[in-house]
Write a protein that binds this ligand. Sequence first.
Ligand code: FES
Ligand SMILES: [Fe+2]
Length: 438
Amino acid sequence: MLSNEDNIRLTRVSRGTPMGELMRRYWQPVLLSAELPEPDCAPVRVRILGEDLIAFRDTNGKIGLVEAYCPHRRAPMFYGRNEECGLRCVYHGWKFDADGNCVDLPTEPTSSKMKDHIKIGAYPTFEKADIVWAYMGPKEDMPAPPDYEWTRAPATHRHITKTYEQCNWLQALEGGLDTAHSSYLHRSKAWAGSAIRERDGAPRLDVDKKDWGYTYVSHRNSGEDGTYVRVYQFVMPWQQMRGGVTKNQQRWDYPKLDGHIWVPIDDEQTWVFNWAHGIDHNTPLPKEHMEKVDTNAGRGPDDYIPGTYIPKRNLSNDYMIDREMQKNVNFTGITGINTQDFALQESMGGSGDGPICDRTGEHLGSTDKAIIAMRNPAGGHPRCGGGQAAARLRTRKPPRRAAVRHIGSAECGLAQRDGLRPAPEVVSGSFHIPVSSL
Ligand code: FES
Ligand SMILES: [Fe+2]
C-alpha cells in the first residue's frame, strides 16, 4: 500500500507537482502523425499533462504545439487559420509561427515594435515512428529525442495506434506491468484454460533494476512443457515493452515486440500509445494481421466511436459485459483483451477521487513485485512510493537516453534456476524453456 501523500505524489501530473515535473523531462508522445495529415491542415486540440494546447502542421510540414489561447485577449487558437507558415488567431488576426514567434500583428501601426516581443507559448516537437513527440520541460534539461529500437523500425515493421483511457495514468501503467492478471482477467475459458499463462496463476517474478527502469521476468510452471518465462521492460516514466509468444504459439509467424506508453492527458485521463515492432528483418507486419491483433485487443477499426479514439465498449455501458458469456465462455464476459484491462483499471477503488486509485487500501502480494519496483525504481523502502519522481528529481539529471536507446529486443533476460541472467543474444521477450534446459 501507499500512504495518501505518496499516492498523490505519484499520480498527479500538473506543472509543479513532482511527477508532473518528472514527466516534463521526457519527450511525450502527443499525437499520431496522421492527425496532422498534410501542410496547412486543420489544427487539432491537444491536452497533455493537464495543459491545453493546439497543434498544427505549417506550410513547410513543421509541427507547432502552442498554447490554446491567444496572448492578445485569450481567444481560442483552435479556430485559427493555418496559413503561410503560421497560425493566425481569427479574433484580431495576430499570427504565430511554429516556434511561437509573432509574425504578424495587424492591429498595431506599422511603426509599432510590439510584434517583436509578443510570443505564444510553444513546445519543441519531433516526429518519429508516426508519432508527434513534444518536450514540455526546461530547455536546459532537454534530453536527446526518443530513439528506441521500435522507433527506428521501418514502416513495414511498425504498427502504432492510440486509445483513450478514462483513468489516471499510473493504474493503467501498473496493469501493463502486472503479469499475474493475464492468468485470470484474459482467460479465454471461464476456468479450465490451457493457454500458456493460464496453467500457472501464481508466477514468480525477478526484477533487475536499471537506471532507465528495469527488466523483469515471470516464471510459470508449464507442466511437462517446462517453464514459461515472460520478459518485460519498464522504461521510465511510463513505458512497458514485452515479447511475443513462443515458437509453439501461432504468433511466431510474425515475431514482434509490443509495448505501450501511457501518457497522462491530465490526472484523470490517459492516452495509450500502442506500438508493435517486427523483430525479424525478413518478416514485415502485414496490415491485415495487425488489424486482427488490434481487434483481439478491442481496438480494431470497428471498435472505436467514429471520429474518436474512444472505444465503443467503455465505462458508460459497462464495456457491454455479457453475463451469459461470463458464465460459459470467458472469465469476464467482456470482449477484447485491452477492453478487459480498461474495465478493471477505469473503475479501480477510489476514495471520492474519481478515476484515481486509492492505494492506501491495497494489499500487495508476491506477484506485485514489479509494480512495487516501478513505484520506487531507484531503491529505498519497498513499500514507499514516490521514488520514481523523487529519485529522478533528486539527481537533477535528465533521463539517460544513452542507456535507453539500447533497449528493445536486445535487452532481454533469460531466467535461470538461480536467478536472472542477461542473455542479450536472445531476441524475443517471451520464452518457453523445456525443463531439460534448466
Ligand atoms: S485575441 Fe487573438 S488576435 Fe485578439
Ligand atoms: Fe491485461
